[in-house]
Design a protein around this ligand. Structure first.
Ligand code: SD4
Length: 339
């Protein structure tokens, strides 16, 4: 009998090992110690994860504010403002690549643990769209404001209108105009959205996204990043997910909402991100967008377990927690990519 019980325990650990492949340490460590339990009773919190290298300075700021007692949304906003104001981050806020008419147009959203959301899209002339999105959440009966209406709202809230096109981005745009071919360079012209997910000290999930979108897009184009369910989604009972990459592909598949839904059905953050990335690949392998398609997801569940996964190599994300501080992790991917 005890042999049979040992066998069942080992079999359970084997299954756990498979489902923990590729996502962060906790389940794997517990498996090695032989103390893994499902569902896990240990929750790793607080924890903040965000996309790409500029996620690291953003995470540090968010962490500082969180530890100083700020609310989750205020901490997320503070962190996301760092890449928004950085002219060297060419796909977020100030300094972002413009559209094909030379206009910098911005998309952002924010969501809290009670499923309150605020979003702005096709917003021009405002340095911090994440802050405007937060005001939409807090001060309007709506979820999403677009274009001129979003700008009007921002101005009424006291935001200042300014020119976000830097001389460097203007130069690159003029160079692009010479050929005017829309074919964003993978990991360069279709990345850099910052998406951030948080499990706070109370065990509540929240998240945000901000971007200037795909470089050289058509004027008026809106990507996945401000769309709740595409660029960002969370369900406080389950987990949170966010996307980066070619927004059209993420919208077509309701990417982030699907990652969360798979976690609800019991998948690990890694398995959920991988499955949706593969679904996107399958739906696009004969599609015109495939030649420049990159998508990546990050996900965080209620236990504080996290993962990232992308279609093509080169995607990484920042992680901050009490145990190991701030660091970058490389996401696993479906296919390698050499520029
Ligand atoms: C978009 N998802 O507008 C964004 C682009 C991006 O990292 O930068 N993603 O399609």
């Amino acid at each position: 009998m005890s042999n049979r019980r040992d066998f069942i325990k080992k079999a359970a650990l084997g299954a756990a090992a498979v489902s923990s492949v590729g996502f962060s340490g906790f389940a794997k460590e517990k498996e090695e110690e032989g103390t893994l339990e499902f569902p896990s009773k240990k929750v790793k919190k607080p924890i903040v994860i965000s996309t790409w290298n500029h996620g690291l300075p953003a995470n540090k700021e968010t962490w500082k504010e969180l530890k100083a007692g700020k609310s989750a949304l205020d901490a997320i906003e503070a962190g996301m403002k760092i890449p928004e104001a950085d002219p060297n981050v060419r796909s977020v806020g100030y300094g972002g690549y413009p559209d094909r008419e030379g206009k910098v147009t911005l998309d952002a959203c924010i969501m809290d643990h009670n499923s309150n959301c605020g979003s702005v899209c096709f917003l021009q002339g405002i340095m911090h769209p994440i802050s405007v999105a937060k005001r939409v959440l807090q001060n309007t009966p709506h979820v999403m404001l677009a274009g001129q209406g979003a700008l009007q709202f921002a101005l009424s809230e006291g935001f200042k209108e300014e020119n976000l096109l830097t001389p460097e981005s203007e130069k690159d745009w003029k160079k692009w105009l010479e050929d005017s071919k829309y074919k964003p360079v993978i990991n360069i012209e279709n990345h850099d959205t910052i998406s951030m997910l948080m499990l706070d000290q109370d065990g509540n999930l929240s998240g945000g996204c901000t971007t200037s979108g795909a470089a050289w897009k058509m004027h008026g184009r809106v990507g996945d990043s401000p769309i709740i369910g595409a660029g960002l989604f969370l369900d406080n009972e389950v987990g949170a997910a966010a996307a980066t990459g070619l927004g059209e592909a993420v919208i077509r598949t309701a990417g982030s909402a699907m990652v969360v839904e798979l976690m609800r059905q019991g998948k690990s953050p890694f398995d959920a991100c991988k499955e949706i990335t593969e679904r996107i690949y399958n739906k696009h392998k004969n599609h015109k967008d495939m030649e420049y398609l990159q998508v990546g997801f990050i996900a965080l569940n209620k236990n504080g377990e996290h993962a990232g996964y992308s279609l093509r190599s080169g995607f990484n994300y920042a992680v901050s927690d009490d145990e190991k501080g701030h660091r970058m992790e490389d996401a696993k991917f479906k296919m390698s990519w050499d520029k």
